[in-house]
Design a protein around this ligand. Structure first.
Ligand code: C5P
Length: 319
């Protein structure tokens, strides 16, 4: 290996981080701290942001959109509100070091799409900086810092398929047999997560509905995932936030219907939306559903993805 490539390896680290979907999202009542207790089943999908952290004179962040896909990066703040910036500051505080690094994000996960795109960038920045600084950080501490940055950030670090409780930050890995094949329909406009939770509270108050804790539990889905048959899993997909997302973007009903008409086994809104996710029988079926859904003109763009995949993973540079 040449000295030049060695210096590249020691001065920059790239981490690849997956998008997430919620196969089940049960939302409890609003808590005093402004959050809701969740019972959720997360799955990490093969749609990734790449986060590179390099030594620099000061702290900066830059974001580029991978050609033709996903995210409108113009909507992402590039100041101290940026979640990756907050992540390197948090790790700097933990390690007692000044985070003088340039962060570069290649974005493919939709912005404000309900797929934890911002959380992925925070998770990538944490894992990349820990590697750059060669920190021997216990996994539990890393996940604690991740949870302080956002409810979905620990799952973006961990990946796979997992049961999330609390705000979504308390994770238990789950057994999921085989590979599931998904079609994702990205919407033209994003939805802000807090506004979707607020809309759910409003809808529940209007209808005098109190969530039943027993209905939050995804027991049947947990069993179906262990067995791995997408035909059994599909009717068990569930999202309590879906009525709120549909109330804010009624056009998503057409998208959901079009996915089923195109041959998907089941489809729901992903997380707080507006991305719609469709489970298909196999990889070929997913390609066919994606093609038909693209033609239906009910989404900004459509793509296939599979899961589960690993969480934030360091990329080994090619020599
Ligand atoms: O944790 P995170 O910063 O991603 O959450 C963003 C917003 O989503 C919160 O401020 C809250 O309004 C809402 N939220 C919630 N209950 C959760 C997670 C998020 O109400 N369990």
């Amino acid at each position: 290996m040449s000295p030049a490539s060695l210096s590249v390896i020691s001065d920059a680290v790239t981490v690849r981080v997956p998008a997430k979907v919620n196969l089940h999202l049960g939302v409890g009542p609003l808590r005093d701290d402004g959050y809701h207790d969740l019972v959720t089943v997360y799955q990490a999908l093969s749609l990734y942001d790449d986060v590179t952290v390099a030594r620099a004179a000061g702290l900066s962040v830059e974001m580029t959109r991978d050609s033709g896909r996903g995210a409108d990066v113009a909507e992402v703040p590039l100041d101290d509100d940026n979640l990756a910036v907050r992540a390197v500051r948090a790790l700097g505080e933990y390690a007692g070091r000044d985070p003088k690094v340039a962060i570069e994000i290649v974005k493919r996960i939709p912005v404000a799409g309900g797929m934890a795109g911002g959380s992925a960038d925070a998770a990538g920045a944490l894992v990349a900086l820990a590697a750059l600084w060669k920190l021997d950080i216990p996994r539990a501490d890393l996940l604690d810092i991740a949870a302080g940055l956002g409810s979905d950030v620990p799952f973006s670090v961990q990946g796979g398929t997992a049961l999330g409780t609390g705000r979504g930050e308390q994770l238990m890995p789950m057994l999921a047999r085989g590979e599931l094949h998904w079609v994702l329909a990205f919407a033209r406009d994003g939805l802000s997560t807090p506004s979707v939770f607020r809309e759910l509270d409003r809808l529940r108050a209007d209808r005098d509905l109190t969530p039943d804790p027993d209905e939050l539990r995804p027991d049947a889905l947990v069993q179906a995932l262990a067995a791995g048959d997408p035909h059994v899993i599909a009717p068990l997909l569930h999202n309590d936030l879906q009525p709120a997302a549909l109330s804010l973007q009624p056009g998503l009903r057409r998208t959901l219907r079009a996915g089923i008409d195109a041959g998907a086994l089941g489809g729901i809104v992903s997380g707080s939306g507006p991305t719609c996710m469709f489970l298909c029988a196999d990889a070929d079926a997913a390609v066919a559903v994606a093609a038909e859904l693209s033609g239906a003109g009910v989404a900004r763009s459509v793509r296939t993805a599979s899961g589960p995949v690993s969480g934030a993973t360091r990329q080994v540079p090619s020599a």
